[in-house]
Ligand binder design. Structure first.
Ligand code: 5CA
Length: 441
């Protein structure tokens, strides 16, 4: 993409309404625009990152055996009356009436709807286990939407729902999601520490939150330093191997980790030596729940068991904050100059800077590299605008693409481009004919 033909409204100064780094940087880099409190339009750069995160989430859900569907954003109030949550959910639920005066709501979550869908399509024990998920916009009328996309009112969530015959089988479904979350977040360059959690309005018995550590996180966390020594890179596992999956869950829950809501100071002091005690703040990027028959029972989600008797299904739900992750990744990865995208979620892999746009030689060399990178399938954003070099460098650092290729008259005399790695700041002179080879693949 040529910047001269793109839409990336950069702000020079920090916007006043933003309190934390990720919100400031997302506005400054022209990724989003606020439309109302907690509601954002996704501009081209932001949208590309959102889609990349969504795709990683999708691939890892699929790998763990979950099946994608898509449910509407608007739901009928009737189902929620059956589960008893229509009144219980309170003011966070956006309630709407249609022209026939029927009660609708903008879905804050989908336990009722998916349970009803599954109930109507399932017959016997042979039809379970199943795990259905979707990636869809949610609305929660938060009292205090803040920190940009991190606590929005309208936000993108991946929510998965498992259905099993027994409590034990349900535990395996829960464990599969647990392990797949570790891998999902690791692919985005994050270490998301699982912590035992409260179940809140979703309800249920067992629940874990996945938190990444950042000083601006909303939750206070207490955990064992030993988490940092785990291998966070290798989560290859056979999801049908019940013991192996349970083993990984056991390992990642063996050490103390809790948010302030669940923190037990006495237990913490007993289990964690003084030199290993870590406290800080965390951002919740995922939350999983096992709630048994909480929704299946009132909604009549049952199947015929092997012995012919009806069995009420056991369920869990598994959320990931897809739009929140855009902000969370920036919180975990930025410096004073701007964003530092992990390669897997970067809007483009390479930023190509032509220092002297308008100069025939610089234009020809830059255009050639631009086309060659595209031909190799490398995603490249080409700053071909008539702007001073200094402004282009600042913009490129701000938007945080992993690699910069800098082409100017001085280097061209020697037949080289400068290649800069945004994360380390390392610069290297690379012969023009080797630039593409270095960055492809
Ligand atoms: N039905 C369950 C699991 S699918 C559920 O709704 N869980 S949740 O309430 O914990 O939300 C799942 C994830 O969505 C959270 O971990 C968080 O990352 C994200 N999330 C929740 N509220 C917001 C919000 N207001 N803005 C942005 N992301 C949010």
């Amino acid at each position: 993409m040529r910047l001269s033909q793109y839409f990336m409204p950069i702000l020079r100064d920090d916007p006043k309404e933003a309190e934390i780094a990720s919100h400031k940087l997302m506005l400054r880099a022209g990724m989003v625009r606020q439309e109302a409190a907690g509601s954002y339009s996704w501009l081209p750069m932001g949208f590309r990152v959102l889609k990349k995160i969504e795709q990683i989430v999708r691939e890892e859900q699929d790998r763990a055996g979950a099946i994608e569907v898509l449910m509407p954003t608007l739901q009928s109030a009737d189902l929620w009356r059956k589960s008893g949550r229509y009144d219980a959910y309170g003011k966070e639920m956006l309630r709407i009436k249609d022209r026939q005066d029927r009660d609708l709501l903008f879905g804050p979550t989908n336990e009722e709807m998916i349970t009803d869908i599954f109930r109507s399509g399932v017959q016997s024990y042979k039809d379970v286990p199943r795990n259905l998920y979707h990636i869809q916009w949610k609305f929660r009328d938060e009292v205090r939407p803040r920190y940009g996309v991190m606590r929005g009112r309208e936000f993108l969530m991946k929510d998965a729902y498992s259905f099993d015959l027994t409590r034990e089988a349900g535990q395996h479904s829960y464990n599969k999601m647990f392990v797949s979350y570790l891998k999902t977040f690791a692919r985005m360059g994050l270490q998301a520490v699982p912590m035992r959690a409260e179940t809140g309005p979703i309800g249920g018995k067992d629940s874990h939150e996945f938190l990444i550590l950042a000083p601006t996180g909303e939750s206070e966390v207490f955990f064992d330093k030993g988490f940092h020594d785990f291998d966070w890179t290798n989560f290859e596992i056979d999801f049908d191997d019940v013991a192996a999956v349970a083993g990984t869950v056991e390992k990642f829950t063996s050490m103390y980790a809790a948010t302030s809501e669940m923190h037990d100071a006495a237990d913490y002091e007993k289990r964690v030596g003084t030199d290993r005690r870590m406290t800080g703040r965390g951002i919740e990027v995922g939350h999983i729940f096992f709630f048994g028959d909480k929704y299946s029972l009132p909604l009549g989600c049952e199947v015929q068991g092997q012995d012919g008797k009806k069995v009420t299904l056991q369920s869990g739900s598994y959320g990931i904050g897809v739009s929140r992750l855009v902000g969370a990744i920036i919180e975990a990865s930025h410096d004073k100059d701007g964003i530092i995208w992990p390669e897997a979620v970067a809007p483009y892999k390479v930023g190509l800077i032509n220092i002297k746009s308008g100069d025939a030689e610089a234009d020809a060399a830059s255009d050639k590299i631009y086309k060659a990178l595209q031909a190799k399938g490398v995603e490249v954003l080409y700053d071909d605008r008539a702007q001073p070099g200094g402004a282009k460098f600042a913009t490129m650092d701000l938007i945080g693409l992993p690699w910069q290729v800098i082409i100017g008259p001085r280097g061209l005399k020697e037949g080289i481009a400068e290649v800069k790695h945004r994360k380390t700041g390392a610069r290297e002179n690379v012969p023009l004919d080797q630039v593409v080879e270095k960055l492809a693949g």
